[in-house]
Design a protein around this ligand. Sequence first.
Ligand SMILES: [Zn+2]
Length: 101
Amino acid sequence: MASGVGRGPRAAAATWQPACFPTAVKKPTAKPVPAPAPLPTSRSEFYDEQKWCEHCQTYVRFLMSVNHSYCVHCGGRVRLFNHQDATRFQDHVQRHKWQAS
Ligand SMILES: [Zn+2]
């Protein structure tokens, strides 16, 4: 006369607990640190961009201001290129402008 326990499978499902809680999972803490990429020695200190100084007649390091950049040696205003390079650059841009469109 086993009556009242007609819902056997359902009762088992209700008491079943999911075992997906990751309590026993350890985090891999001993991860091998990748070696830093070897920097080129010429650029290891800082960004060594240079601009043309009309006064020093060479490409120099410069100080950035809002509108202009200034030579670190003479304090004069520097430009991105000297005249020769500027014209070459302009020419280069002009030649490639109509190619792109
Ligand atoms: Zn200068």
